[in-house]
Design a protein around this ligand. Sequence first.
Ligand code: ZN
Length: 316
Amino acid sequence: MNHRIGTGLLLLSILFPAACGVGEGDQAMSQPGEKIRVMLLDGQMIYDGHKWAETSPVFAAILASAGRFDVEVVTSPERGRPNDDFCPAFSDYDVIVANYEGDPWPQKTMDAFEQYMRDGGGLVVIHAADNAFPDWPAWNEMIGFGGWGGRDEQSGPMIWWDDGKIKYDESPGPGGYHGANADWPVTVRDPDHPIMKGLPTVWLHCCDELYSKMRGPGQNMHVLATGRQSPDQKGTGRDEICLFTVTWGDGRIFHTTMGHDVRSISCVGFITTLQRGTEWAATGKVMRTEVPDDFPTAETTSTRDMTIPASPPENN
Ligand code: ZN
């Protein structure tokens, strides 16, 4: 089933914001009835197959189509360029959606982000964003687990789902692996959580990588769903955690390991959980939990047409 969304989307793109917002005090939280303020943070990906400039407009369209978010895109300096002045005003937003894997941030920016989260900020981690910042301890605590970037047993145990609970495997080896880009089943592990409410117990996720052998501190993780790829899809055959939450300080984190490219983020299962997860990270609630008519089933994938129309010519 195809629906076209994203027409008329107006995005404010901010380059090189200067103010960290450190010490400004009150976290500016949106009031009931107001839209949730989202910073979609992008600008770098280490692996060229992760095309942030293609996926960010789709993430923005997904959130805009839910009708309860105001999305601003904040783009970092290019990889390898000076980023000493890169310090977004995190506290102006209810939630930061990370579509970034690249150069470490300046200390003042890391400090400001930690303060924002400690004070009750929200963070959404999508796919390769959990490859970022392997040497930033607070980031790794916030994301629960990550992959690649030189991660190994020093980064924490390998973490997956086994026998109804989180499995922590202390064996040595590199962190981060995925099988073939393919369709695979997602199984809900907490049907009562607001992000998962009403969704089918199992649905078939479209055309994505399933991250596995992920490593990290893994503290304060709450597992929402797992995915499984069989060895004939080059998978581990294990239940890999693909949707979960983390609490850090007073902050809330929603982490989806799904979302390799525009095709996989067009899955209605991805779209629905990103919308709900972003709202939950921002507010701790999900106001509307109706299930879209085109939600995938256990046997059938379902995607929407997420093609973003080109901007109209300025002098037309
Ligand atoms: Zn990927």
